[in-house]
Each structure stands twice: as structure tokens, then as C-alpha cells.
Design a binder for this molecule. Structure first.
Ligand code: ADP
Ligand code: MG
Length: 326
């Protein structure tokens, strides 16, 4: 690969860390893992036209490709340290590629820098635009937040608001522009392109949440993974789902509910906490800025079930969440 390009990436993502003995530039990176910590490792790949729309700004792509990985570390209660970046770029003029790299590295660095995350290596190839990021983080032994620890009766909570990113995607697909609609479209599209990984919340949940997952595929799907891993089910109260005023201003109640239940890409945390600990956790997460809303509880009956404001069970249909046919 052209070393000029790799140099551009290295310059724009430079991050001094004592535990990086050898970063970008050799055959492999060398790091010194801290004594007494476990290493949490995750990788996520984003393919143009599948995981992000064609025409996504390079800086947004740089941010999001790291954010989705940091979100996985957050869901484990780990703190980030190092990353690898595999870039597959379509053929383009060298100015086109340099412009892409500069934008991408800028968005990546905007998120990496405040978390002191060092980019320590990667790979660069030609093909359909594809971005793979692998991250490594630290967690004290035995304190990682796994999916399988929920207990019957635990309260289910989520950080932030749900459904914004899916609403933003729908607005984009309808041809919305970020400068229309009282800033609502801008907010929702920003939530799609620039998700905030809930790293501080993940750390605060260590030793307190019994199970945790980040919401990438949608609340019901991802909470379903917690249920399966824990050998339990969950009951969700739809009226409790936290929705932003932007989402509720731009879509009707039924659409907003569907986005919150099934929309992906929010990268909020969904976690379970014993009832006695809920108030404490909510106070701490409010202090961290994201908040935590209780949306339901864990039960013995397998599967995720959703109740409406009248206590009637909803079922998922082709059009979204509807009442069970009478
Ligand atoms: P090799 O052929 O030995 O795998 P490369 O020429 O692929 O080495 O890469 C040279 C150096 O640049 C390596 O240290 C590699 O980790 C780094 N590198 C390559 N591509 C990227 C990238 N997209 N982002 C960060 N580092 C990269
Ligand atoms: Mg290589």
C-alpha cells in the first residue's frame, strides 16, 4: 500500500500511550498489556450499501466505524486502549483517495482522542468500500458485563433514547436534508452517523448490572440475546420506552414506537439490574449525562414480550408492532 496514505492516517490519529511499544509502521504492533487486567477484544465490519448508505461523508464513516466498536467495549464494561483499522477502498484518483483518508481520519480521531485510544496498525486494500475496526480494552478480572447473568425479577433499563437512528435512516432514504425541519432531521441523522458509545455508563455498571448488551440491531432483537444467554424472558412496557422529542416531533406515535422497538443503530446500552439497585444506578447514569430508563423486567417465560398502554400484548407484523389479532 502507498506509504504516503498510511502516513496520513498515522499523523492524523497520533495518540501518545506508554503501553504502545511499536505502533503503525512495522510488521506488527507491540503493546504492553497492564498487569492484572483482562483484555476485551471486538471487531466490526461496515460495508457500503449494507451497513451505511452510499454517499456517507468520510468523516462520519470514520467516527461510526470506531463508535460501533467502542460501543461493544462499553457493553462489556471495558475501557478502550488500542485499535486496528482495515480499509478497503474503491479505485479513485489519488486526490479522491487522499480526500477520503483525510476526512475519515478526522472523524476517527474526533472520537479516538477523548478516549485516548491509539490506532496501532491496520491493512489497506482495493475493492468495495469496506471498513473494519478492531478494538482492545481493559477490564478487571471477573468484572466484565456479560449477556448471560440476568436473573428473574431483574429490572431492564436502557440508556439515552431509542429509535432516533432508524428514524434518521428513514429520513435519509426519503431524501431529507439535514437543514430542513426545525433541526429535527439534523438531530436524527446525526444520531445515525455519529452514535455516542456509552463508555462511562459501561464502567459505572461494573459490579452492578447483572447483564448488558449494546443495541445495534434493535431493542427487541438485542434484549432477546440477553434473554437467550440468561435462560429467561423479558416483558417490556412500550409506554416506558424513552424517545427523544425530535423523534416524537418528526413521526407519529406508532412509527416512533416501532423505531424504538425494532430500529437498529442506536448504540445505547440495554442492561439488567436487581430492583434494589435501580435507583442508585439511575442517579449515577443521570450524572453521566445519558440517564437510564426502566422499561420492563426479566421473567421466567422465554422470549421478549411487549405490552401497550392498556396492558395488551403487541406482536411484530410486516408493518411494525400491532395488537394481537382478536
Ligand atoms: P505488511 O505488508 O507487513 O502487512 P503493510 O504495508 O500492510 O505491512 O502496512 C505497513 C504498516 O502500516 C503496518 O504497520 C500496518 O499495520 C500499517 N497500516 C496499513 N494500513 C493501515 C491502516 N489502514 N490504518 C492503520 N495502519 C495501517
Ligand atoms: Mg498488510
Amino acid at each position: 500500500m502507498e506509504f504516503r496514505l498510511i502516513d496520513r492516517i498515522r499523523e492524523r490519529t497520533a495518540q501518545g500511550r506508554e503501553d504502545v511499544k511499536l505502533g503503525i509502521g512495522d510488521d506488527a504492533a507491540l503493546v504492553a498489556p497492564p498487569a492484572g487486567q483482562e483484555i476485551a477484544i471486538a471487531i466490526d465490519t461496515m460495508v457500503e450499501g449494507v451497513h451505511f448508505p452510499r454517499g456517507t461523508a468520510p468523516a462520519d464513516l470514520g467516527w461510526k466505524s470506531l463508535a460501533v466498536n467502542l460501543s461493544d467495549l462499553a457493553a462489556m464494561g471495558a475501557s478502550p486502549a488500542w485499535a486496528l483499522l482495515a480499509l478497503t477502498l474503491p479505485s479513485a484518483s489519488s486526490e479522491g483517495i487522499e480526500q477520503f483518508i483525510d476526512g475519515f481520519a478526522e472523524g476517527f480521531a474526533q472520537l479516538a482522542q477523548p478516549h485516548r485510544l491509539a490506532l496501532i496498525g491496520g491493512d489497506t486494500t482495493r475493492g468495495t468500500l469496506t471498513v473494519s475496526v478492531a478494538v482492545h480494552g481493559f477490564v478487571p478480572p471477573g468484572q466484565a458485563l456479560a449477556r448471560g447473568g440476568a436473573r428473574s425479577g431483574d429490572v431492564v433499563l436502557v440508556t439515552g433514547t431509542l429509535g432516533d437512528a432508524a428514524a434518521g435512516l428513514q429520513l435519509l432514504q426519503r431524501g431529507a436534508r439535514v437543514d430542513e425541519g426545525d433541526g429535527r432531521a439534523a438531530f436524527l441523522i446525526e444520531r445515525l452517523h455519529r452514535p455516542t458509545p456509552r463508555l462511562a455508563a459501561g464502567l459505572a455498571l461494573r459490579g452492578r448490572a447483572t447483564a448488558c448488551i449494546d443495541i445495534s440491531d434493535g431493542l427487541v432483537a438485542d434484549l432477546g440475546h440477553v434473554c437467550a444467554a440468561s435462560g429467561l424472558g423479558a416483558e417490556i412496557d412500550a409506554p416506558l420506552l424513552p424517545r427523544s422529542s425530535m423523534l416524537l416531533g418528526a413521526f407519529d406515535e406508532a412509527a416512533a414506537r416501532d423505531f424504538a422497538l425494532s430500529g437498529g443503530d442506536d448504540y445505547e446500552l440495554c442492561f439488567t439490574v436487581p430492583a434494589a439497585r435501580v435507583a442508585d444506578v439511575q442517579t449515577d447514569l443521570a450524572r453521566l449525562g445519558c440517564g437510564a430508563t426502566r422499561i420492563g423486567r426479566m421473567v421466567d417465560t422465554p422470549g421478549v414480550r411487549v405490552r401497550d398502554e392498556h396492558g395488551r400484548w403487541l406482536e411484530i407484523t410486516r408493518h411494525g408492532w400491532d395488537h394481537f389479532a382478536p
